[in-house]
Design a protein around this ligand. Sequence first.
Ligand SMILES: [Zn+2]
Length: 279
Amino acid sequence: MVGHQYDLGREASVVPPVLVFNVTGRSPFVLACDHASNRFPDRFGDLGLTPHQRLMHIAWDPGALAVALRLSDLLDAPLVASTVSRLVVDCNRRPDAPDLCPAISERTDIPGNHGIGPNERAERIGAYHTPFHDLLGEVIETRKAGGRAPILVTVHSFTPVYKDVPRPWPIGLIHPRDEGFTAALRDALTADGPELDVGWNQPYSALNGVTYTLEHHGDGRGIESTMIEIRHDEILETDGITGWAERLARCLHAAHGSRGGAASNFLERYGQFTGGFDG
Ligand SMILES: [Zn+2]
């Protein structure tokens, strides 16, 4: 689906820059996971980082892909996921963003990203950023052409402490220009778990320049969208991944229903919006 040309002479293995799962799913939702992977393609070596640093949140969103995959199954929704670390090129930044290929992330120096010239930057965009957005756009536009304008849901995770400041919310929601669907999702999460501390535009908002995917594919294509951020200590184990995916599936459907959306086969498969997944 994507016309990227692989340079077989430079790569020891070929991994596509983007993966799509369940592309024919019948859900009203389309899922995207911009920061799914901490993979550095061979040509980048280790970017000067230790193995430990490459496992940290600076390189990816730990747990996000696992939740997104489970959610894709529960919702019967397509999922588009990047296969490249955000330190190589950040798919949730504008192509002209200064932190597209960050030289420092939080407080970690990224030696391999110092002094990147326009050619290297353009090569990374063309090899990884463009294919991710082309494929996500194709999935959305195919649904629109079929008379089903989807709701875009991007799945991320965030570090519990950033620059020494603790982040108390287990989940945060970030809305695009139109906050309507995100507000409905917040209400559904609160109804599902009144004790849940749902961050609103936390741990950051669109004003921080970190919502390119929502702007480009949500607002830009005239569809509803929302960005979900789960604190990653919540989703490092199987129980947490499954629990959050099930909660989000219930609440996304409740939010969709509260705005007049028709029930999909989710109801046939799971019986009700709230109250467990015994089926
Ligand atoms: Zn992220």
